[in-house]
Structures are given as C-alpha cells and as structure tokens.
Design a protein around this ligand. Sequence first.
Ligand code: GUN
Length: 281
Amino acid sequence: MANIIDGKALAEQIRNSIKQKVAKLKKKPGLAVVMVGEHPASKVYVNFKAKACEEVGFHSEEHKLPEDATEARVLQVIDQLNRDTNIHGILVQLPLPKHINEKNIQAAVSPSKDVDGFHPYNEGRLLIGDPTFIPCTPKGIIKLINSTGMQILGKNVAIVGKSNIVGKPISILLLNMGATITVCHRETKDLGGMTRQADILIVAAGKPGLISAEMVKEHAIVIDVGVNRVNDKVVGDVDFETVKEKAGFITPVPGGVGPMTIACLLENTLEAYERMEERKS
Ligand code: GUN
C-alpha cells in the first residue's frame, strides 16, 4: 500500500511560511487575476486563488470580462495592470474563449509580472535551465516529488499529456534535473509499455481512469494532475483504489496537486514582489 502524499498539508506549510514573510513587508504583494467568460471550473479556481491571497495577507483583485469581450479589451486590461505599481503578479485564467488568441494575451503580460510563467521569454528561460517564474503546477509537482525523499537524478520519468501548462514544462524541469523523460500523449502507441518503465509517473491527460494498476511500476511515485468531475465527484486520471496498492507514493485527488498549484502561485507572486521592490531600493 502506497504512502499518500499529502499535498494539502504541504501547501499549508508553504502558505504559513509566506504569511510570516508578508507580515514583515512594508507593502502588500498584489496579484491580479483576469477572467474572461463564465467557465465553471475556472470560477472555482479563481475563488480559491482569491481566498489564498487573503489568507497570506496579499492584495488581490479580480478583473472579470464578459464571454464576448474582444481581444483588444483584454489587452487593454493587461496593459493597465502591467503599469499598476500595486500589482506584482498577473494571471490570466485559462481557458480563454475561442475568439481570443491565447498566445497574444500571454505575450502581453509583462515578463516580470508573469507569475504563471507562460510568457515566451519565461518559457525560454525555463527551457535553457535558468528559470525566472516556474509555472505553478509543475513547480508544485517538483515539491511533491521532493517531499518523498526520492532523488530525481537518473530516474526514469513518464509524463502523460503534453500541454503547455503542465506536460511540456514539467518534462523540461525534470530533464534539467537529470532525469530521463518520456512524454506520452494521444498518439502514443503503447502507453502502458511506457508508463511501466517509470520510477516517477506524472499524469495530466484529463481522462478519468486512464491509468490502471497494471500500467504502473511497483513502488513508483505517481502524481495525478487530473481533475475530472464524474457523477458529482472529483476524480483524477489515475484509478486511485487499485494503483495505491502497487505504487510507493501517490497523490490523491482532491488534496494532492491542486492545493500545491495555488501555494506556488503565491510563492511566485512573492518572488515577483521581491524582485520588483529590490530593483527600486
Ligand atoms: N487553467 C488551468 N490551470 C491554469 C494555470 O495554471 N494558470 C492559468 N492561468 N490558468 C489555468
């Protein structure tokens, strides 16, 4: 039976440490969240983010735009936030409505306020192993792996999912840490053959029940990034009940990766604040 990695407790430790640091600051770190439209899951995430900001003593503001807002309008809001000295971090909640070009929006956020790490400049820095802002979910995943005590250097890692938010950045981060990486996706021929080689298996595919016990190496670390609603219950991409009997460590859903993503967003916002205020003094 696997050890359950308690992301909720680890995230709470990180928030407490941030809270203590913020109490000593002259000015509050500020995070702005831009949300376009009414995506139901996004609304839940945005509320979590606002609550977490309040808890650690950050200033936070939400900029809600209607589903039919033009790209020019969204760019205008970002431009205003880029210049706002009370705002240190800007996050544009994804997904955006289809008529808006996500890349244009991400490139408009000032790289120094890009707490998601999605600006092409910050993505490039990550690629060459000199990151400024590490995207929140990948950053949280590294902390979850480190919490097991297992060394990353030399390990075989399989990542299921190749998104720009999770799959690609986590593969680059772990590659830069000396792991051997296999990135699997929809077109991968023998998914189980790939995942069974993995000392560390990271699943971010958005498919409930995708990973069964026979696809997992004995004693592996299994990180489940999936958030799927099935019969009014939130489940991951991993069949938790059977995989937990085989894995060495496993993250639950909810209570694994999710709270860590938010804790890392706070951490990135504090980093942005420190860099900005240090530059002034
Ligand atoms: N939507 C799902 N995950 C994320 C994330 O990490 N950042 C943003 N901005 N939107 C998301």
